[in-house]
Design a protein around this ligand. Structure first.
Ligand code: AMP
Length: 773
């Protein structure tokens, strides 16, 4: 806020106070200006403390237009020709609490006083003050400042009351109101949705019956005024105690500054403080021992959503859940705490501390009485665990036993149509062979010779399949050799898949499989050699390599998109790769990308667009939610991974930088946060030249965020992606909130799935999830 104006008074006919200007009280104890709550663009006119204590100054103590925010910075405050205060904006005048101010017969002016009261006064022609026309203290929001009144004026019928904000971030009227008893007794009441929720009891000897100690502040002097004209509670403090205030918060608790006051704290179902009225709940809660515990994370199932107007508070939502015997969890619909969604069954929920995730409240019931439920659950858990361990070892044993003779023979038969029979160094025996079969058969001797007997010096890296070596054929051709390791998590199935698939696919952005070797225990794949290794080296490990500039990155993005488009649409088979990630993008001499590793790819029928699989394979961080959780695989599974890859290429950061650390926010979450705050270019790799084209970078991030949207049907197809990346004149849609969820095996287990980790490395985690279906 730029304090462009330092006056405490606004005069009729004077320039309006603009959105960016402030009024300050004479001793600068309060200020009045427009503001937006956190994570919101809505503009409200509010009064704030202006004290040395920062935390006090951030919360508005009064709001003029709580239910009618302005959506841009065109708002201004003025006194119109009738002497009335009003808020105008580019679209005219907005309704506000000022509408209750009367018409002044002569000039008027409004002053922000040092007690926080904003007072509209009639001014005599000689400049002296006449009568008070209107004051903000008569129309409090949720905050009770010293000098304010809570009660009723019998002559005018005016009631002084406070109404809570709907959520901490949204000032609109919430569901709790505190005010004087309309029946005229000397007590205060809190209403929730119009029903009495708490009563103070009668005022006697300086305090209310149900609130013997009204305040934690010894210096606050409360008085209850009762005469034929008025009945109200008010209080005063010493001048030095400016900052003292009471407030009704979003869950109906009276707070003093940051702490709960010493009265009016009611629990969900029982009564904590005297004066709390018992709320009526269905029979299923007859024993009253239920409560809710919150967890922050991501939910995959849609619940029942109330109230599209978002005028429900979290407390209202809790009540909806408690009224429904089958409700198991509830949460606000929006991140700013409004709206309501409830779930009646166990949900797929992943705990994650990301601020972009929702806080979900889960039902908890009395443990003591339900001991037998816990017993059964624990026993089932132990049995399930034992069974899983047994399965794991049986499966492992089968794998380690490896590929025996019979399997080798079967494999050779199955691949007969694909592989060209052996020649000494893998060359086709004749032209006919070359034409029909694109993958050649290499002898183990030729492979051993090419790699200098699998010398450690020739090792290029290690993937899920096993070690990868560089080799050279006698003709001088460089090759890369992947040797299926015996204890690899992947096995014959992936080996066969890779050969059968890649033999039928040909595209400049797919790595070429030259041949294979199947002999005894050895299963080896031979590829064209990619001198620039895989993209993860260039992108994340730049200390050892030259940094990729933007043009090279864009070329890689384009190439990968083209390769995927080919797989999805133009190849002879309709293929979903299922494991697209930086380490599966290889770079040739010219840094052109080639998609590799088709071991996990899935072939779709021509008319098939979606499949359900029991075998979920891939890499967390790149896996779409519907695939990781429900095993639903489609082209959109790859689109999601492509989106993650895009964000990684732009930022030079991994989606999950390490699996061993707690990470509050992954890259997708971070990108989304920047997008929401309009700072999306901050995602750009800081090592990139500052002259890199910002429009193109912004475009890539936009496409990336579209690809990682939560619902597959919201994600673009690869045809759309290529179009959006190449046509820079096309206006891109704004992305919806993305899915950023699974973080590690431990959390995945929460989804009650049995996970067997098949690869264990520090940087990424490939896994196979078996589900009983
Ligand atoms: P992968 O099993 O495909 O994950 O490969 C493991 C690592 O070996 C990769 O990250 C690459 O660095 C390297 N690599 C794999 N294939 C090739 C290739 N054709 N040319 C060069 N390096 C490769």
């Amino acid at each position: 806020m730029n304090p462009a104006a330092y006056a405490d008074t606004i005069l009729q006919g004077q320039q309006p106070i603009k959105d960016w200007e402030s009024l300050y009280s004479a001793n600068k104890l309060f200020r009045l200006h427009f503001f937006s709550p956190r994570n919101s663009n809505s503009r409200y006119l509010g009064i704030f403390y202006n004290l040395p204590s920062k935390s006090l100054n951030d919360e508005a103590v009064w709001v003029a237009n709580r239910n009618t925010p302005i959506q841009d910075a065109s708002g201004s405050l003025m006194i119109d020709t009738n002497g009335k205060l009003k808020i105008t904006y580019s679209g005219g005048t907005i309704p506000s609490v000022f509408d209750s101010s009367p018409i002044a017969s002569i000039n008027s002016s409004a002053t922000l006083q040092d007690d926080g009261n904003f007072v509209l006064t009639e001014v005599n022609p000689d400049g002296s003050m006449n009568r008070t026309l209107w004051q903000s203290f008569d129309y409090p929001t949720d905050t009770f400042l010293p000098g304010m009144k809570l009660g009723v004026n019998f002559r005018t019928g005016h009631r002084w009351s406070l109404t809570s904000w709907i959520s901490k971030q949204v000032p609109s009227s919430g569901s709790f109101t505190i005010g004087g008893d309309p029946n005229g007794t000397s007590q205060l009441m809190i209403w929730w949705q119009g029903n009495v929720y708490w009563t103070s009891g009668i005022w006697r000897n300086g305090h209310f019956d149900n609130a013997p100690k009204l305040s934690n502040y010894d210096n606050a002097r409360f008085s209850y005024i009762s005469n034929e004209n008025e009945k109200y509670l008010t209080y005063s403090v010493n001048k030095s105690d400016v900052g003292t205030h009471l407030k009704i918060d979003t869950v109906g608790i009276i707070t003093e500054g940051q702490a709960a006051a010493s009265f009016g704290v009611c629990s969900l179902s029982g009564m904590l403080d005297a004066g709390c009225l018992k709320r009526a709940y269905p029979q299923c809660w007859k024993d009253d021992d239920f409560w809710y515990e919150s967890k922050t994370g991501h939910i995959f199932d849609d619940g029942y959503r109330f109230d599209e107007n978002y005028n429900m508070s979290l407390f209202d939502c809790q009540d909806k859940c408690a009224q429904n015997c089958s409700c198991f969890a509830y949460a606000s619909l929006t991140l700013n705490g409004t709206g309501c969604e409830i779930w009646s069954k166990d949900l797929s929920f992943y705990t994650s501390g990301s601020p972009m995730n929702r806080e979900v409240y889960f039902l908890q019931t009395g443990r003591a009485r339900k001991w037998w439920i816990w017993l059964i659950a624990s026993l089932s858990g132990i049995l399930l665990l034992a069974f899983s361990i047994l399965c794991y070892f049986v499966q492992r044993k089968l794998r380690v036993k490896g590929i025996n003779e019979a399997e080798t023979r079967t494999l050779l038969n199955e691949l007969e149509d694909t592989i060209t029979p052996q020649s000494q160094y893998g060359k086709p025996r004749d032209k006919q062979d070359k034409k029909l079969k694109q993958v050649y058969f290499y002898s183990i001797e030729s492979i051993a010779m090419a790699t200098n007997n699998f010398a450690a010096a020739n090792k290029l890296g290690e993937g899920g399949f096993g070690p990868v070596y560089k080799g050279m054929l006698p003709g001088g051709q460089e090759i890369a050799i992947k040797r299926l390791s015996r204890n690899s998590g992947q096995g014959l199935r992936e080996f066969k898949n890779e050969i059968l698939l890649i033999a039928k696919l040909q595209h400049t952005n797919l790595v070429r499989l030259l041949g294979c070797c199947i002999e005894g225990q050895e299963k080896i794949l031979v590829y064209e050699y990619m001198p620039n290794k895989s993209l993860d080296f260039s992108l994340f490990d730049s200390s050892t390599r030259e940094l990729l500039n933007w043009t090279q990155r864009m070329n890689i993005i384009d190439g990968v998109a083209q390769g995927l488009l080919y797989l999805h649409k133009y190849s002879r088979l309709k293929v979903v790769h299922r494991d697209l990630k930086a380490s599966n993008i290889l770079l040739d001499h010219g840094l052109n990308p080639k998609i590799s590793d088709f071991g996990m790819a899935k072939i779709f029928g021509v008319h098939e667009s979606e499949a359900n699989t029991n075998r979920i394979v891939g890499t967390y961080g790149y896996m779409s939610p519907e695939y990781a959780i429900k095993g639903i695989v489609s082209m959109k599974t790859d689109v999601f991974s492509f989106g993650v890859l895009l964000l990684e290429i732009v930022s030079g950061k991994k989606n999950y930088s390490s699996y061993c650390l707690e990470r509050p926010l992954n890259l997708i979450g971070y990108a989304w946060e920047l997008w929401m705050e309009g700072r999306v270019l901050e995602l750009m790799d800081s090592r990139l030249d500052n002259s890199s084209p910002k429009d193109e970078i912004r475009r890539c991030i936009n496409v990336g965020l579209l690809c990682v949207q939560d619902h597959p049907e919201d994600r673009p197809s690869m045809t759309d992606v290529v179009y959006m990346l190449t046509k820079d004149t096309v206006k891109l849609p704004a992305p919806k909130q993305p899915a950023f969820f699974i973080e590690n095996g431990a959390r995945a287990r929460e989804a009650k799935r049995e996970i067997s980790l098949e690869k264990n490395c520090t940087n990424e985690l490939s896994l196979s999830v078996m589900e009983a279906r």
